[in-house]
Design a protein around this ligand. Structure first.
Ligand code: NAD
Length: 301
């Protein structure tokens, strides 16, 4: 299939790379040019302009936020003016469900199909081609989107009409942030009380408390390795999306509210560029101190 791909960042570049490897004709576009050239070296067709990437059967966007997706589709020289009726747009970015619904309605007016398909699994999942993909849209558009997305998916689910994918992604981000915050609280307690932390993690990972977050993030918290990964700034965007969606649905999400405030505190301290595992620092500071880096050679990693 001829596929336009817009946004070749941490996630988009490896996702587009899998499409090239699978034999699709990928027309790649990114704001900064160097990433387009890197993908062209792999076999993609470099798009000189955004409009070039619109000359395709399907167009995937993988951009930071709602305003970026809107700008690419409807801004000056936006794709909507060049895409042919029947083109399928798949937005894999994590953006607002409300904006997503409005994008779907505006594209429908131009007879363009739309699927929101945010992903979970991080850079590791994008590189290994094993993302979890939550899709919102009409059946015919979803069937076509699955042909494309299947190339880099471990699991895909059609969860409802346009914007349902973004609502499931908001729930995903609430669960991940909550889990990270509690792993941080548990580690702060274990470290302060002098328990043998590596042994504690081993037993915790074998019981009901086990989770991917505990398994992956706790060792990094102990090593004080907060290199992203997934930046706190991006997680903040996602928590704000979740809070707005909850507000609109008249659902109280008190824990999500508290965790968002902890993330705010870290961003105010200039730490928004760190990995979301740095949430432990906000928790430790509530009790007066941050834990020193645990020596890795003693087996904490
Ligand atoms: P990123 O910042 O690494 O990449 C975004 C890319 O889009 C950049 O290369 C940037 O140059 C390009 N871009 C921005 N505006 C553009 C425009 N107007 N036209 C063309 N290109 C433009 O971000 P990312 O980490 O790849 O994340 C992308 C989306 O996926 C975000 O919504 C994020 O929340 C979501 N997400 C990220 C992760 C992760 O672990 N990084 C995991 C799941 C979902």
């Amino acid at each position: 299939m001829k596929i336009g791909f817009i946004g070749l960042g941490v996630m988009g570049k490896p996702m587009a790379g899998h499409l090239v490897d699978a034999g699709h004709e990928v027309i790649a576009y990114n704001r900064s040019r160097s990433k387009v050239e890197e993908l062209a070296a792999k076999g993609a067709i470099p798009a000189a302009t955004l409009a070039d990437a619109g000359q395709a059967e399907a167009v995937i966007t993988m951009l930071p936020d709602s305003s970026d997706v809107e700008a690419v589709l409807f801004g000056e020289d936006g794709l909507v003016s060049v895409m042919k009726p029947g083109t399928l747009v798949i937005d894999c970015s994590t953006i607002s469900p409300e904006t997503t619904a409005s994008i779907g309605a505006r594209l429908r007016e131009s007879q363009i199909q739309f699927v929101d398909a945010p992903v979970s699994g991080g850079e590791v999942g994008a590189v290994s081609g094993k993302l979890a993909i939550m899709m919102g849209g009409e059946d015919a558009a979803i069937a076509k989107a699955q042909e494309v997305l299947g190339v880099f998916a471990a699991v895909m689910a059609h969860v409802g009409p346009v914007s349902a994918g973004q609502l499931v992604k908001a729930a995903n981000q609430m669960l991940v942030a909550g889990n990270i915050a509690l792993v941080g609280e548990a580690l702060a307690l274990l470290q302060r009380t002098g328990v043998d932390v590596p042994s504690a993690l081993e037993v915790l990972n074998g019981g009901l408390a086990a989770s991917r977050v505990l398994e992956v993030k706790a060792p990094k918290m102990l090593e004080r390795d907060f290199a992203p990964g997934f930046r706190l700034d991006l997680h903040h965007k996602d928590l704000m999306i979740a809070l707005a969606a909850a507000e609109q649905a008249k659902i109280a999400v008190p824990l999500t509210g508290i965790i968002t405030q902890l993330v705010n505190a870290l961003r105010s301290a200039g730490e928004g560029g760190e990995d979301h595992g740095a949430l432990i620092k906000a928790i430790e500071r509530l009790s007066g101190a941050e834990a020193p880096a645990a020596p890795v050679e003693e087996g904490n990693a």
